[in-house]
Design a protein around this ligand. Structure first.
Ligand SMILES: [Zn+2]
Length: 160
C-alpha cells in the first residue's frame, strides 16, 4: 500500500522524464497495482494469484470466442488467448512451485519481471517508462517485506 503511494509520488515528480501523458494513466495505475503485488505470486492464497487466475481465465475465453463476438473482437488483439493462457500458467506454476519470499522477492525479479510488459499485446504506450515504473513498484514490495538487497533465491534467509 505504502509502495503504491511512493510509486505514484515518484511518477508525479518524474512525469516529464517518464514521457507519459494523461492517456497513459489507466495503464500506469494498473501496472503499479499489479507490480506492487506481483512478488506475492509465489503465495498460494495471495490476492495477486487470484487476480492472475481470474483475469487470465477471462482473457483466455474472451480471446477464444472473439471470432464469434464481432462487437468485442475489434478491441481484442488476436493473441489475447495466448496472453490469458500465459498469465494463468504463470500463476498456477509459481503458486505451486516457488517457496514464499524466495525468487520473486529478489532484485533479479525486480529487474526481470518488467520484461513481461513486452508480452502485452497491442500496447499503445511507451514501453521503457512503463518497465521502469513496474520495477519501481515491484521494488517497493521488497522494501515493505524487508528485503532491500536480496539476491539469493532461497526463501527467508537471515542475511540480505
Ligand atoms: Zn511479499
Amino acid at each position: 500500500m505504502i509502495g503504491m503511494i511512493v510509486t505514484c509520488v515518484a511518477i508525479v515528480i518524474f512525469h516529464n522524464y517518464f514521457s507519459l501523458g494523461w492517456a497513459e494513466i489507466p495503464i500506469v495505475t494498473a501496472i503499479i497495482l499489479l507490480y506492487a503485488l506481483l512478488p506475492d505470486i509465489d503465495h498460494k492464497m495471495s490476492s495477486i494469484t487470484w487476480v492472475f487466475l481470474i483475469s487470465g481465465c477471462l482473457l483466455f475465453w474472451l480471446g477464444y470466442f472473439h471470432t464469434k463476438l464481432p462487437v468485442i473482437s475489434q478491441y481484442l488483439p488476436n493473441d489475447t488467448t495466448y496472453f490469458g493462457g500465459a498469465i494463468m500458467t504463470l500463476a498456477i506454476f509459481s503458486a505451486l512451485l516457488l517457496p514464499h519470499r524466495g525468487p520473486t522477492h529478489t532484485l533479479w525479479f525486480v529487474i526481470l519481471s518488467p520484461l513481461l510488459i513486452l508480452l502485452v499485446p497491442n500496447l499503445n504506450a511507451p514501453v521503457i517508462p512503463l518497465m521502469i515504473i513496474a520495477a519501481l513498484a515491484c521494488y517497493t514490495h521488497l522494501i515493505a517485506d524487508g528485503y532491500l538487497f536480496k539476491l539469493s533465491l532461497a526463501p527467508k534467509e537471515g542475511r540480505w
